[in-house]
Design a binder for this molecule. Structure first.
Ligand SMILES: Cc1cc2nc3c(=O)[nH]c(=O)nc-3n(C[C@H](O)[C@H](O)[C@H](O)COP(=O)(O)OP(=O)(O)OC[C@H]3O[C@@H](n4cnc5c(N)ncnc54)[C@H](O)[C@@H]3O)c2cc1C
Length: 466
């Protein structure tokens, strides 16, 4: 019996691999490497060994097989928005899905099939033509891939559920290089796991989502003076408890951007505000949101009817790629008086016009699913907050990070324990486990079935159960 041939040296194996790929393979020293290795968060500075801009599903299969055979860590890149920078990895192989942009809307069945490299802007554009939409993230440049596999929520979530609740099926390239369908009928354990379990289970090359009739919404920001922040926060809390599900709104501390549509006297002023989106009849939206414009007198309100994709891209200009990000987050059961006091203390210290503290509602249709119906487990809390320091200049980031940490440390003891995985930085195994609550063990068992060698480890990692 002959012995197994010695593994090819990486360079020879890489040449063979490069020839089998239809997309572009970029290596250190190649033209374009410096741009291609970068992701959305400008603070991330990693040097992958290979970057593959996949042209099709076959390329993804080749990448997964090559990574496994060569012991390279694969970094899956959808939209590249992961703030810990999981779309690029030192000495790893980047599986960049950015060229997989196909979208097929089926208006009769009210479903859309979306390839793994699409952003929410791509999806909203395609479905809006048919007067349809599915819940997606609130910045149009965010990727469908990372957001959906982490759970995902946005302006339509109170009415239509988490993004992952609208997922009907997905094509997944798993660690052994097989393409599997994950749905309620096929590989249901995998389907359960990719609805919240992040990129731990394979590369999703396409997603099929349920669509809903959403076209013109009544939406926009309402800004209040800082001196009124406790009152505005109480208004938000009390109002949302009885607001119809068609209404989504988040509370924010922010610095007013220095340009239209904001009036000049407010430019660069720190304020608080509520951004609302009513996805039912726009006239009803005006009436429903009236208390937000009247119960606490606003400095400025820019609410009105607008196409859904307009509100979905309203804040894109503040968050171009390449800025430096540092975030911390938690879920919280209620905006009690002591929680409000912390916000009133730290929120006004927001450091830059790109930074924000947001409180998003997690009620309504989020809670129609049970804690273990999907891997995403937070079906019983009212809010999630995120404290995000964002700056074009790296110099003030140490100070900005300190603002985030001080703010978060004050609030964390009053929180529900874990955080939304898509809002975590690299915060350690215990925090990941806590964020999956009672679902962690089942996730670890499914991980052991589909990825026993933990090939997909560039993520909020779930270790395979022994
Ligand atoms: C400006 C901004 C706004 C945001 N707004 C929202 C929001 O409104 N709602 C919300 O829920 N979240 C939001 N997020 C968080 C967002 O969900 C995460 O950053 C998410 O990781 C982004 O997905 P991506 O595909 O762009 O990321 P990438 O960096 O490309 O991917 C991150 C990780 O996700 C996994 N992944 C990505 N694509 C795939 C795939 N096709 N198959 C399998 N795994 C995959 C991989 O583990 C990958 O490493 C926002 C983030 C930013 C930066």
């Amino acid at each position: 019996m002959g012995h197994a041939p010695a593994p090819l040296p990486i360079d020879r194996a890489a040449e063979t691999f490069v020839q089998s790929v239809r997309g572009r393979v970029i290596r250190p020293g190649d033209a374009g490497y410096e741009t291609a290795r970068r992701v959305y968060n400008g603070s991330i500075d990693r040097q992958p060994r290979l970057i593959v801009q996949c042209a099709d599903v076959a390329d993804v299969v080749h990448c997964v097989n090559f990574a496994r055979e060569q012991g390279l860590a694969p970094a899956i890149r959808g939209g590249g928005h992961s703030v810990p920078g999981f779309g690029t990895w030192d000495d790893g192989i980047v599986i960049d899905l950015g060229r997989l942009k196909g979208i097929r809307v089926d208006p009769a069945r009210r479903v859309v099939r979306v390839e793994g490299g699409c952003t929410w802007g791509d999806v909203d554009h395609a479905t809006h033509a048919f007067g349809l939409a599915t819940p997606g993230g609130i910045i149009s440049t965010t990727g469908v891939g990372g957001l959906t596999t982490g759970g995902g929520f946005g302006h339509l979530t109170r009415r239509y559920g988490m993004v992952c609740d609208n997922l009907l099926s997905a094509d997944v390239v798993t660690a052994e290089g097989a393409l599997r369908t994950a749905s309620a009928a096929e590989n249901p354990d995998l389907f359960w796991a990719i609805r919240g379990g992040s990129g731990n289970f394979g590369v999703v090359t396409s997603f099929e989502f349920r669509l809903h009739p959403v076209s013109t919404v009544y939406a926009g920001p309402i800004l209040y003076p800082l001196a009124q922040s406790a009152e505005a926060m109480r208004l938000f809390r009390d109002f949302m408890k009885t607001a119809p599900r068609e209404l989504s709104a988040f509370f924010a501390f922010l610095i007013v951007p220095p340009g239209p549509p904001f009036p000049e006297h407010l430019h660069m002023k720190t304020v608080c505000g509520i951004v609302c989106v009513y996805c039912g009849d726009p006239d009803a939206g005006e009436a429903v949101t009236k208390p937000l414009r009247e119960a606490v007198p606003p400095l400025f309100a820019l609410t009105g009817p607008m196409p859904y994709p307009v509100v979905q891209s309203m804040f894109d200009g503040l968050l171009p790629p390449g800025l430096h990000h540092y975030w911390k987050a938690d879920f919280v059961n209620d905006l009690t008086e002591d929680v409000i006091a912390d916000h009133v203390k730290y929120g006004p210290r927001i450091p830059t016009v790109n930074s924000a503290m947001h409180i998003y509602p997690m009620d309504g249709a989020v809670q129609d699913a049970g804690k273990d119906d999907t891997a995403f487990p937070y079906r019983d809390v009212r809010y999630t907050h995120i404290i995000a320091a964002v700056s074009p200049d790296p110099a003030p980031m140490p100070e900005n990070r300190q603002w985030v940490r001080d703010y978060w440390e004050a609030l964390h003891p009053k929180s529900a324990g874990g955080a939304y995985v898509n809002f975590l930085m690299e915060e350690g195994e215990e925090r990941i486990a806590r964020s999956y609550r009672g679902n962690y063990r089942r996730l670890a068992a499914i991980k052991a079935k589909y990825d026993p060698g933990n090939l997909f480890r560039v993520n909020q990692n779930i270790k395979p159960a022994p």
